[in-house]
Design a protein around this ligand. Structure first.
Ligand SMILES: [Zn+2]
Length: 276
């Protein structure tokens, strides 16, 4: 092995903390878990450009981390769940102009999600919680959930858009007063919490759009109302929006706390009948 290979081999990319997701569990482990719960959290990720400062799999890593933290909290509250496999691709067509991005057509993501859920249904799971890392996949996730419950009437599916609660408090937890979006201060901060070796905030200069342009792209009113705007391939103005250089892991921790508190509250109330 030459020196370069040796250096590559020894790079620590990141550390994955527990609890284990199904990818790290044995079939026996899953069967044991099914004796305690039929709820599975499915992290929906993506492989798409986020600027030079973040890895292509950022959304998969965030969705996985949200599910990991939620599973820990829910277990502590007596509401056990299993973390399913990360769906590594989403509908990312507006980033296809940037190298490395892989995008599924909506019908592909719907079919993939359906097959994953029907397989897990065969195992014994009945309640499916879809957790997005990439909001562009939300419409397809909703259709997949609708198809799933039509085909398996004793199943329940829930699609959780955590951008709704997070968007309400972003201005209190971020440093930036400018428009921050895809790959901006908030998202970069969340990646710093879990994958600091893969995050390089200094590599990307601030890039901002006007508030009006931002509203058109992903404005909170669209998110809050559940509506959305769709635009054609390659019209996204840049591969990140915001000020990655302001990212701090403390900001990421605060963001995760808001997201996980909300997700756990909804799951406990709607799937476990907890009203406190
Ligand atoms: Zn992202």
């Amino acid at each position: 092995m030459n020196d370069k290979n040796e250096a590559l081999r020894d790079v620590l990319l990141y550390v994955q903390k527990g609890p284990a997701a199904m990818t790290e569990m044995s079939s026996h482990d899953v069967a044991r878990a099914l004796e305690r719960t039929d709820v599975v959290l499915l992290p929906f990720g993506a492989l798409e450009a986020h600027g030079d400062h973040l890895p292509l799999g950022a959304d998969s890593m965030e969705a996985r981390e949200i599910c990991r933290r939620a599973a820990l909290q829910l277990e502590a509250d007596g509401c056990p769940v299993v973390i399913g496999p990360v769906i590594p691709f989403g509908t990312s067509n507006f980033h296809l102009g940037y190298a490395g991005t892989v995008s599924l057509k909506p019908e592909t993501l719907i079919a993939l999600s359906r097959d994953v859920c029907l397989s897990l249904y065969q195992s014994g799971f009945r309640r499916f919680v879809f957790v997005h890392g990439h909001d562009g996949s939300l419409p397809s996730m909703m259709v997949a959930a609708q198809i799933l419950v039509e085909e398996t009437p004793d199943a329940e599916a829930m699609v959780l858009n955590w951008l709704t609660p997070l968007s309400k408090v972003y201005h209190t937890i971020q440093v930036s007063q400018a428009t921050e979006g895809h790959g901006g201060e908030g998202e970069t901060s969340r990646l710093l919490v879990t994958h600091p070796e893969l995050v390089h905030p200094d590599r990307s200069a601030p890039f901002h759009v006007t508030r009006e342009e931002m509203r058109k792209l992903q404005g909170p009113e669209h998110i809050k109302t559940g509506g959305a705007i769709f635009y054609s391939t390659r019209k996204y103005p840049h591969y990140y929006i915001g000020t990655p250089g302001l990212a701090r892991s403390e900001t990421g921790e605060k963001g995760y706390a808001v997201i996980v508190e909300w997700i756990c509250r909804v799951i406990k109330r709607d799937l476990f009948g907890r009203t406190e």
